[in-house]
Design a protein around this ligand. Structure first.
Ligand SMILES: Cc1cc2nc3c(=O)[nH]c(=O)nc-3n(C[C@H](O)[C@H](O)[C@H](O)COP(=O)(O)OP(=O)(O)OC[C@H]3O[C@@H](n4cnc5c(N)ncnc54)[C@H](O)[C@@H]3O)c2cc1C
Length: 383
């Protein structure tokens, strides 16, 4: 392994891979990506690939729109087919308050020319007959939304990064971040020390641990989210949108011939990623309440992964205050996959001292100390 580098990326998930890829696009040299296990084995492996424009803060909407440009041309850009299925996201509102949020959000999305539709329960029933709508106030649908393959996305970014000269080492854990007089000078790993002036924390749910290695507090906590899959399910159409029952925090979509049903998200932090099969009772209740024919569904497997949650459910991006050369790219709070193209691009610019395509100073880690938190009503729901 090299003894020196210009830039070291800690973490080989979708974020580290996208940063590596976008740095090579700017013709940088001497980039090393270090992954303690195997590429993509963290949250990226557990991700269900949701891509949506329906966010309710400007910064997230801008990230979505910028990322869509890459997702739409992914195979042209990287040579890897992303399998992007633009089936749309249908958000359902049950309470008056949710409906008010949906209406305000539709207004905001339309200012970005996003073709989001505001639908009455009758319109929803007409278009998606298998849904139970009698308790609904309405919903929003955007045909630009859908889902794609996180593994394919990771493969595309890694392939491009390797072709651009990035050195990638799996099975290499960063154990210490080295600094002198407030400047990064390298990392000590399980396989030796590498000197470098720039280090990027792209460690997903382990962001806080990696931050601590440099004495920087990164307020990101891991929360388990469970997902379940059914056997082939022919009782509803093959092509359905990703449907989100906002009130229940439940969603479902097609997965092959079967269905993917969302399970619970823990409300306490932990690194637990075991599947709790008792959670299937809650999943079954949520499923049948919104799609009665799902009583015929047979759940046959599931998995669990960690969301990397920040205190305001928004990303933490930029250079760490007081540690020159340490860059944070953390806290994506359940939507790091879909925003990875925009994040990679922004980070590459910030690292090289270029002007990013959008101002992300509002995502600096300083905001928590300064009390400038973001408010996004729609983050009550996560993919
Ligand atoms: C069940 C589930 C469903 C999800 N669905 C969606 C979705 O539909 N859409 C969406 O946009 N997002 C979704 N997400 C969120 C998404 O998966 C994450 O936001 C994204 O994968 C974060 O990527 P990352 O690269 O930051 O983290 P990770 O993929 O966790 O990568 C971080 C990597 O860093 C490595 N690492 C950590 N510490 C060290 C160290 N000291 N040295 C070396 N390497 C280290 C880890 O091994 C890991 O591989 C979902 C998440 C879960 C759990």
């Amino acid at each position: 392994m090299e003894k020196t580098a210009d830039i070291i990326i800690i973490g080989g998930g979708i974020i580290g891979a996208s940063i590596a890829f976008h740095l090579t696009g700017k013709e940088t040299k001497g980039i090393i990506l270090l992954e303690k296990g195997m590429l993509g084995e963290g949250s990226t492996a557990k991700c269900v690939g949701g891509i949506r424009t329906q966010f309710s803060t400007e910064v997230n909407i801008r990230f979505s729109l910028e990322s869509l440009k890459t997702w739409d041309r992914f195979s042209e850009i990287t040579g890897v087919d992303l399998g992007f299925k633009k089936v749309g996201y249908l958000f359902l509102a049950t309470t008056e308050n949710e409906w008010r949020i949906f209406q305000a959000n539709t207004h905001l999305l339309r200012t970005f020319s996003i073709p989001v539709e505001l639908l009455s329960p009758e319109e929803i029933q007409h278009r998606w007959r298998y849904l139970k709508v009698d308790d609904l106030r309405g919903g929003t649908f955007c045909p630009w939304d859908g889902y794609a393959g996180p593994y394919e996305a990771l493969t595309g970014f890694i392939k491009g990064a390797r072709q651009g000269g990035v050195k990638i080492y799996e099975g290499t854990e960063v154990q210490q971040i080295l600094q002198e007089r407030g400047r990064i000078v390298g990392v000590r790993t399980s396989r030796g020390t590498i000197a470098a002036p720039i280090v990027i924390n792209a460690a997903g749910p382990q962001a806080a641990e990696v931050g601590k290695m440099a004495g920087v507090e990164v307020p990101v906590k891991p929360y388990r989210r469970q997902i379940f899959f059914t056997a082939p399910f022919p009782w509803i159409p093959d092509s359905i949108p990703l449907v989100i029952d906002f009130h229940r925090g439940w969603y479902f979509r097609r997965e092959g011939q079967g269905l993917l049903l969302s399970g619970p998200k823990d409300d306490f932090p932990s690194f637990n990623t075991n599947v709790d099969y008792d959670a299937m009772v809650e999943v079954a209740e949520n499923s049948v309440a919104r799609v009665p024919v799902l009583e015929k569904a047979e759940i046959n497997r599931g998995w669990a992964g960690s969301y990397e949650i920040s205190p305001d459910n928004h990303a933490i991006l930029g250079e760490a205050p007081g540690v020159k050369g340490l860059f944070l790219s953390n806290g994506f709070s359940g939507h790091g996959f879909q925003h990875s193209p925009a994040v990679g691009r922004v980070m590459a610019d910030l690292i090289l001292g270029d002007q990013p395509f959008m101002d992300v100073s509002c995502l600096s880690v300083d905001r928590f100390r300064q009390g400038r938190l973001h408010q996004e009503p729609l983050t009550a729901f996560k993919e």
